[in-house]
Design a protein around this ligand. Structure first.
Ligand SMILES: Nc1nc2c(c(=O)[nH]1)N[C@H]1C(S)=C(S)[C@@H](COP(=O)(O)OP(=O)(O)OC[C@H]3O[C@@H](n4cnc5c(=O)[nH]c(N)nc54)[C@H](O)[C@@H]3O)O[C@H]1N2
Ligand SMILES: Nc1nc2c(c(=O)[nH]1)N[C@H]1C(S)=C(S)[C@@H](COP(=O)(O)OP(=O)(O)OC[C@H]3O[C@@H](n4cnc5c(=O)[nH]c(N)nc54)[C@H](O)[C@@H]3O)O[C@H]1N2
Ligand code: SF4
Ligand SMILES: [Mo]
Length: 668
């Protein structure tokens, strides 16, 4: 009989927490997930999605063998083939393409299916070595990241665990209960202590109940709110002049512009009454250690970078950053590089070729072009995640686009592949883990052998490299050797105590020191309100693009039960989540003769998408909200919110503008 063991591992998914937890295993199967009370981030509180990860690992829907398409594109008919055949077929085709057309004929798509370092970044090295079109990976919060960098560089912001010391909270566009679960107990405790939590949202139905006050804002107008709040802070002399003098560049010319940004001016734009803006600004200004918890929602606009710049600047004016718990939460908290990513993604391979670039947000249009002849997808599901869904399907349906998808499940993208390769889950491969929302680091070795014929991204890229005849030693390491090599070269090794090293060996996720928030990591060693590298050196209000033909603004929000398109193969999660709903304001519904539960069509110049109407007062007027990512088979008419998303890019960071689309709604 095999022995039962409890082993530590880490969550591989795109969630700021990267919880550590335990798995019970008999060496062949994962029997149970056991939350770990000693884990520094989760403290034993992990989400319902991962609480039964064993059901995903052992799902009978998992792909177990390489497959070759036998039916028409998208029909979903495949035959089983061997790995040798699969690799030969792929690499023969690529060699032919490279010889005839060059690397510009090959595109790939990868995003956040697996977040651990080696699995996530190994493909970058492979495709750079090959000279395929480089993917600009800006599908999530790149506008937010670039805007934060403009003001604060690499300065570490608050680790959410520091929020216990804050005395006033602005939860700004984040469904914390779904996406930052471990912050919830801190907010609950703060409220018990009489501290105030204010929510600034376009779609507040998920969070309003956990906050003392909800402020509904018209989508894409938060920059006006931030400016008006700063107007009030200056007028009421609530800015910390000493702090600004010592730590902040450019506040004088910026302050000179604030006089026109009155609360009354902002009311017109944001829909928030002027007296509400004034009151929040004064409360915020009088708090000793106020914290702004910023989600990514309001960065996903054509003015998203500017919005984030303004909110980060707001967090500086009262000197909150110098107080424990005060400042800004929602960008990189560490201020230190834990992993030398370049050892995995190998930017030096770029020198081998001059490559084209493709932005992931525009991958649909790209794969519709004849010049692109092959498409490789791993750790991503573009049919359900990127903008202009109709273009994505049109491209995937091209009989002459040789498509390979490396996946755990037969996703809407994989269904169109010529070759499907089965992927491991995190317990079947080894890797290094850093959280993007916390100061943590871990190494989790594989717990069980890969199921069926599944292989990890690292192993597949090494096999493909061999098939291609790539001779660089990079491709010769085994997965464990690669993980160890990156670990041994990690700056973290010098930060760890002997006890922590032992814990790391056991697969635990370690907490590293929080950043010194006044160790300002910009070239000038000061925060920058003005930035000569930006289109607008002095930050100002920039409206988002509004399409007069489609007066409602469509935004998207995450679902509690799923994580992007992950977990949509688990029946119980999908059942709990329910049908595809579109939230709309009572008055907007009334104007259109729509009642709660009606079947409705949401449309614009790109597509028509069918929903069930959810009528509520917890959404800003003029805004409609689509919650969760659905696969085509679970949608009403084959399309989801992404079909209504234009592929425009944000002002800073070339990022998605998923939330910045005009739509209209009618009863079906
Ligand atoms: N359960 C669950 N957890 C997740 C995910 C998931 O899908 N499900 N996704 C993961 C991923 S990939 C990410 S990036 C993070 C995201 O997590 P966060 O960065 O915390 O952001 P979200 O929770 O997605 O919240 C975005 C919010 O912005 C709001 N919003 C949209 N436009 C505006 C606006 O103009 N102004 C304001 N004030 N609000 C606006 C939306 O209504 C939404 O509530 O969560 C991760 N965690
Ligand atoms: N409508 C709508 N669109 C969205 C969002 C939304 O909330 N609504 N969210 C946006 C955001 S914030 C993000 S970050 C993106 C995410 O965009 P994507 O990363 O494209 O989408 P995911 O749904 O995360 O799909 C990842 C896929 O990777 C697979 N996978 C998991 N582990 C591995 C592995 O180890 N190897 C391989 N090869 N595959 C693996 C999973 O099975 C899954 O199908 O989507 C964006 N698009
Ligand atoms: S999805 Fe997030 S909350 Fe859930 S276990 Fe993973 S890291 Fe923790
Ligand atoms: Mo994301």
């Amino acid at each position: 009989m095999s022995q039962i063991e409890i082993k530590h591992t880490a969550c591989p998914y795109d969630c700021p927490s990267t919880c550590g937890f335990c798995v019970k295993t008999d060496g062949r199967r994962i029997l149970e997930i056991i939350p770990d009370k000693e884990d520094g981030v989760s403290k034993g509180l992990i989400c319902g999605k991962m609480r039964h990860y064993e059901k995903d690992v052992h799902s009978d829907k998992r792909l177990m063998h390489p497959l070759r398409r036998v039916g028409k594109k998208g029909e979903g008919k495949f035959e089983q083939i061997s790995w040798e055949e699969a690799i030969r077929e792929i690499t023969d085709r690529w060699k032919e393409l490279l010889e005839k057309d060059g690397g510009s004929a090959i595109a790939y798509c990868n995003y956040s299916g697996v977040m651990s370092a080696v699995q996530r970044h190994s493909g970058d090295a492979f495709f750079a070595y090959m000279g395929a079109n480089q993917l600009v990976k800006t599908l999530c919060s790149s506008a937010k990241g670039a805007a934060y960098n403009s003001v604060a560089g690499k300065t570490g912001c608050l680790d959410p665990r520091e929020l216990k010391d804050s005395d006033y909270y602005l939860v700004w566009g984040s469904q914390v209960a779904a996406t930052r679960l471990q912050t919830m107990p801190i907010l609950t405790e703060a409220r018990k202590q009489g501290k105030k939590v204010v929510l600034i949202e376009a779609l507040a139905n998920g969070m309003a109940q956990y906050c003392d006050q909800t402020v509904l804002v018209k989508p894409g107008t938060d920059g006006a709110l931030a400016l008006a709040m700063m107007h009030v802070l200056v007028k009421e002399q609530l800015c910390d002049e000493e702090f600004l003098k010592e730590y902040v560049l450019g506040y004088e010319p910026f302050f000179a512009t604030l006089k026109d940004y009155t609360p009354k001016w902002a009311e017109e734009i944001t829909g928030i009454p002027a007296d509400v803006i004034e009151k929040i600004a004064i409360e915020y200004g009088k708090a000793k250690a106020p914290a702004i918890i910023l989600g990514s929602g309001n960065s996903r606009y054509t003015n998203g970078g500017m919005t984030v710049r303004l909110i980060v600047i707001l967090s500086l004016l009262t000197g909150a950053w110098k107080k424990p718990g005060g400042g800004f939460c929602g960008a990189g908290p560490s201020g230190t590089k834990y992993i030398k990513k370049e050892l995995i993604s190998r930017p030096d391979f770029e020198e081998r070729h001059k490559r084209g670039t493709l932005n992931i947000n525009q991958i649909g249009a790209a794969i519709c072009q004849e010049e692109i002849k092959s498409f490789y997808v791993y750790g991503s599901n573009p049919a359900n995640s990127v903008s202009d869904q109709k273009a994505v399907y049109k491209g995937l349906a091209r009989e002459d686009l040789f498509t390979v998808v490396h996946e755990q499940y037969m996703t809407d993208t994989a269904r169109f592949a010529d070759i499907v390769l089965p992927a491991t889950t995190s317990v079947e491969h080894s890797d290094l883990y850093t959280a993007y929302g916390y100061c943590t680091f871990g190494v989790a070795k594989k717990v069980i052998e890969p199921l069926g014929e599944c292989k990890s991204d690292w192993d597949v890229f090494c096999l493909l490299a061999k098939g291609m005849g790539f001779e660089d030693p990079y491709f010769e390491r085994t997965e464990d050797e690669m993980v160890d090599y990156v670990l041994q070269n990690s700056p973290v090794m010098e930060m760890l105590t002997e006890e922590q090293k032992e814990q790391m060996e056991q697969g635990k996720v370690l907490t590293l020191p929080f950043a010194d928030h006044l160790n300002i990591l910009t070239p000038e060693k000061k925060f920058r309100i003005t930035d000569a590298d930006q289109e607008h050196e002095i930050p100002c209000y920039v409206p988002t693009t509004v399409d007069p033909d489609y007066p409602l603004r469509l935004i998207i929000a995450p679902a509690v039960q799923t994580l992007n398109a992950i977990f949509i193969e688990r029946e119980e999660q999908v059942e709990k989540r329910g049908t595809m709903k579109l939230y709309l304001h009572t008055e907007d519904a009334k104007d259109r003769g729509i009642a709660d539960g009606d079947r409705i069509i949401c449309y614009n110049d790109l597509a028509e998408v069918e929903y069930e109407a959810a009528v509520t007062d917890f959404v800003a007027k003029g805004c409609v909200g689509s919650v969760g990512v659905y696969r085509s088979g679970l949608s009403f008419n084959g399309y989801t919110a992404n079909a209504l998303h234009h592929a425009r890019l944000s002002d800073i960071g070339e990022a998605t503008t998923m939330n910045d689309n005009g739509v209209e709604v009618k009863k079906k």
